[in-house]
Design a protein around this ligand. Structure first.
Ligand SMILES: Cc1cc2nc3c(=O)[nH]c(=O)nc-3n(C[C@H](O)[C@H](O)[C@H](O)COP(=O)(O)O)c2cc1C
Length: 187
């Protein structure tokens, strides 16, 4: 699939075909694409937990925010992926933070987008879920101290096509040289 087409065609998928499994080889291909995302000093802090067990998926769904529109998808899709970041690697030099930004979140975002685009290119659906009790998800997944569950997604074949929400106009997103008030939220 052509890159521009993939970027524009990817949608958050919240309805899945429960009868169509996703083999491990495909998930390996997606993790392969994710690991080629850039990361702070190539620290590669992101880890991937593949959850197939229906009971565990159900419990992970329970960590999502109340009324999260993706809750049912965690049971319908055959797989849930948890994106986990190692802390104090990205953005750190010799054990010291280079600034106060959460670079591990940035690196995870890049890897997750690669993962989701690759999934889309193979006909699979994803929906990044961030609104959750991530500590509860960490308990269910058994992540050790020093790792943080950043996001999760169901992974499976879409049950139907999804339409995405509109995007802001390019003209209101960019400016030249210095900040333009045209880019403020109110515009
Ligand atoms: C960081 C992040 C967190 C998100 N969390 C959730 C979530 O908890 N539940 C959900 O249904 N969608 C979630 N989404 C999906 C967004 O709602 C979706 O990407 C956005 O509405 C644009 O739609 P599209 O992905 O189809 O283009 C999240 C997306 C991002 C990037």
């Amino acid at each position: 699939m052509e890159l521009f087409e993939a970027v524009k065609g990817r949608r958050s998928i919240r309805k899945y075909d429960p009868e169509r499994p996703v083999p491990d080889e495909i998930i390996d291909r997606l993790v392969d694409m994710a690991r080629w995302a850039p990361s702070w000093a190539n620290t590669q802090c992101v880890r991937y937990i593949i959850v197939r067990d229906p009971e565990r998926r159900e419990k992970l769904a329970g960590t999502l925010s109340p009324k999260n529109p993706s809750t049912k998808a965690f049971s319908a899709a055959p797989v849930v992926i948890a994106f986990v970041a190692a802390l104090e690697k990205s953005g750190y030099y010799k054990g010291k933070a280079s600034d106060d930004k959460a670079w591990h979140l940035f690196d995870t975002g890049l890897a997750v987008q690669n993962f989701c685009l690759a999934a889309h290119a193979l006909g699979l659906g994803t929906v990044i879920c961030g609104a959750m009790d991530y500590h509860a998800a960490e308990d269910l997944l058994g992540t050790p101290p020093g790792y943080q569950v950043v996001a999760m997604t169901p992974l499976g074949y879409p049950a139907k096509e999804a339409r995405g929400p509109a995007r802001r106009e390019v003209s209101g997103l960019r400016c030249n040289e210095t900040w333009s008030a045209l880019m403020e939220e109110a515009q």
